[in-house]
Structure formats: structure tokens, C-alpha cells
Design a binder for this molecule. Structure first.
Ligand SMILES: Cc1cc2nc3c(=O)[nH]c(=O)nc-3n(C[C@H](O)[C@H](O)[C@H](O)COP(=O)(O)OP(=O)(O)OC[C@H]3O[C@@H](n4cnc5c(N)ncnc54)[C@H](O)[C@@H]3O)c2cc1C
Length: 313
């Protein structure tokens, strides 16, 4: 490994030489640009051979397990040294979080707690302290896992993401960002720069819950987020989102519409939770069966609705 001009490190590995886990690392070139224009230049110069990374908490396990293989000569572009991507800003009623902000900073930010407490609650339940210290929300979203824990809170918060490429910026609702497991609307050469979240209204309450195969440091078997706004004793607005029950994190709009104009009594809560579970088609995998996921989706939505009801009354 050698250092040149302060922000570029070349890592060269010989066959059978350097290993990551049980896999040999192909030769790669590591870049750590300090500004957004420098980063865009690297993407322009290296094209598809450039790969943006942040905390690498998804990238390294993917390489170790052989899920991600790459040819020698890959340019790994680390965005964590770019100041503009490391800020949490408030703009009137909007919270703007840089894609390079770590989960720990999100968790400890008073602005996040004030603008989007449900996101803080989700991040609190993610991974371990060590992982949260380097992992980013940008990485969590760009990985596009159906189990990404930051997705349901962002979906119920009507959040948007800002994507950038050589042609400029595009704003995409989180609801339109995911297109399949591991896939999103991002095109080659495009990156995520920010996540924008409207401030939660005073009359709204939101909740997040997840279930895994153990109680901590675990990928969700099912996750749920709910945001409810009440007026005059009835539901005025509702957002319900689920993770790990479909190819992408999803909103269940039929269940949301069902709540409109209704009091949040036990029958309504139960029926709504049942509708949310019926609307999704989870798969059976190593972590849980489809039937279990449906049952848990119903329970989590119900508990989230009850938590919002308690908070609002
Ligand atoms: C022990 C452990 C526990 C975990 N627990 C959880 C959990 O509870 N919940 C959960 O949801 N996840 C969990 N994860 C997964 C992971 O930590 C998160 O998804 C994390 O937020 C990823 O962020 P990162 O910065 O490390 O991404 P990286 O690994 O750096 O990148 C992930 C992907 O996103 C791309 N990327 C990153 N940033 C950008 C950007 N700005 N623009 C374009 N592309 C980008 C990379 O190319 C890569 O494909 C866990 C991981 C580990 C190792």
C-alpha cells in the first residue's frame, strides 16, 4: 500500500498474498477525495471502474462472502472525507442529512430527534455501536436491501434523496428509490449526496419496531414504521411502511387509506394491521418463513398504531 498526493492509496495484492476474510483481494486503487467536485472528477475519469463507498460495513462483508467480486483495477472512492456530505442541516421545516453522516451521529443529533424522532428510534436498533460508528444512512439506502432499517421511517416521513451525476442533481422520493432487492433508480455514475426529511407535524406521532432472529445486532426479519396524524378524534393522515416483506421496503397504501376519518379504536387498529399484512407477499428464506413474516407484520403494525394512539391521546 503506498500513499500519493495525500488522498490516493494504491493497494496491490498478489495472488495468495493479502486476504479479506478467506478471499484474496484483487488489486484496487483507493481514493479519498475531500470535495464533491474532486469526487465527480474521479467518477468521470474512471467511469464504471469507480465504486463509491462510505462506512464499508456492507461492502467488506459482501467481499468476504464472495457476494461481490470485482476485477483487478477497481477504483474505490471513499466519500467519508468530504465535508459537504458530512453535515446534518436544518432548513426551516426540512432536515438535510449528508449521505456520509454516520448512524452514530444521526442517533445522537438533537435535530434528528426533533425533526424525525422515528428515524432516531430505528437507528438506535441497528447493528452495534462499532458498526454504527462507521455505517452511513446513504450506504444503508444505496445497498437497497429490502431489510434496510432506515427505509421504513423515511417512507413514513415522506423523505426524498438527492442524487448527483455529471449532469447535475435529481431529487427522488424514497418511495420511488428502490426498484428490487439490491436495486434502485440510481444509474451508473450517479451517487447519493443527501437525504431530506420534512419535519414531523406537531399533531403527528410516529413509531418504529423491528423483529430479528435475536434481540440485538441483527438484520430485520420484519420491520414496521407508522406515522399517524389525528384531528377531532379521528385519523387525518396515515403512513404505514414495512421492511423485509417484499422485494423492496414498501408502503401499504390500502391500509393507510382505511384509517382515513376513523377513530383509532381497537377494532380499527386490528383491521388495519390485518390489511397491512394481507397487502404484502414475503418470501421464505433462511431467517423466517413467509407465513411467520406475515404474522409478525400484522403484530408490528398493530403495536406501532397503538404506540401512536397512546402518544396522541
Ligand atoms: C454486524 C452488522 C450489523 C448490521 N446491522 C444492520 C441492521 O440492524 N440494520 C440494517 O439495516 N443494516 C445493518 N447492517 C448493514 C450495514 O451496516 C448498513 O446497511 C449500513 O448503513 C451501510 O452503510 P455503509 O456506509 O457502511 O455502506 P457501504 O458498505 O460503504 O456501502 C454500501 C453500498 O452502498 C453504496 N454506497 C454507499 N454510499 C453511497 C453513496 N453516497 N452514493 C452511492 N452509493 C453509495 C456502496 O457502493 C455499496 O454498494 C449491518 C451490518 C453489519 C456488518
Amino acid at each position: 500500500m503506498s500513499d500519493t498526493n495525500g488522498n490516493r492509496t494504491t493497494m496491490t495484492t498478489r495472488p495468495g498474498g493479502s486476504f479479506i476474510g478467506s478471499r484474496a483481494m484483487p488489486e484496487l486503487v483507493y481514493h479519498a477525495p475531500k470535495t464533491l467536485p474532486e469526487l465527480m472528477d474521479l467518477i468521470k475519469i474512471h467511469g464504471p471502474a469507480a465504486r463509491i463507498v462510505a462506512g464499508c460495513t456492507d461492502v467488506i462483508p459482501s467481499i468476504r462472502t464472495g457476494r461481490w467480486r470485482f476485477d483487478p483495477g477497481l477504483h474505490l472512492v471513499d466519500i467519508t472525507k468530504i465535508n459537504a456530505l458530512n453535515q446534518i442541516e436544518t432548513h426551516e421545516d426540512m432536515l438535510k442529512i449528508g449521505a456520509g453522516v454516520t448512524l452514530t451521529r444521526i442517533l445522537t443529533s438533537p435535530d434528528v430527534k426533533g425533526f424525525c424522532p422515528v428515524l432516531a428510534r430505528a437507528v438506535e436498533q441497528m447493528a452495534s455501536l462499532q458498526v454504527r460508528n462507521t455505517a452511513t444512512m446513504g450506504g444503508n439506502l444505496c445497498m437497497a436491501s429490502p431489510a434496510a432499517d432506515t427505509a421504513p421511517p423515511l417512507l413514513v416521513s415522506d423523505a426524498t434523496v438527492i442524487l448527483q451525476d455529471a449532469r447535475g442533481e435529481t431529487t427522488v422520493p424514497v418511495a420511488d428509490f428502490f426498484t428490487g432487492p439490491g436495486r434502485s433508480v440510481m444509474t451508473p455514475g450517479q451517487m447519493m449526496t443527501h437525504i431530506c426529511i420534512p419535519k414531523i407535524k406537531d399533531q403527528d406521532s410516529a413509531a418504529f419496531l423491528k423483529i430479528g432472529t435475536r434481540t440485538a445486532v441483527i438484520i430485520s426479519v420484519v420491520s414496521a414504521a407508522v406515522r399517524i396524524g389525528m384531528a377531532g378524534g379521528v385519523c387525518e393522515s396515515a403512513r404505514i411502511a414495512l421492511g423485509s416483506v417484499a422485494p423492496t421496503p414498501v408502503r401499504v397504501t390500502a391500509a393507510e387509506q382505511f384509517l382515513s376519518g376513523k377513530p383509532l379504536d381497537d377494532q380499527v387498529v386490528d383491521a388495519c394491521a390485518g390489511m397491512a399484512a394481507s397487502a404484502v407477499s414475503p418470501i421464505t428464506d433462511l431467517r423466517a418463513s413467509a407465513g411467520y413474516r406475515k404474522d409478525v407484520a400484522k403484530t408490528l403494525v398493530k403495536r406501532c398504531l397503538m404506540a401512536c394512539r397512546k402518544d396522541l391521546t
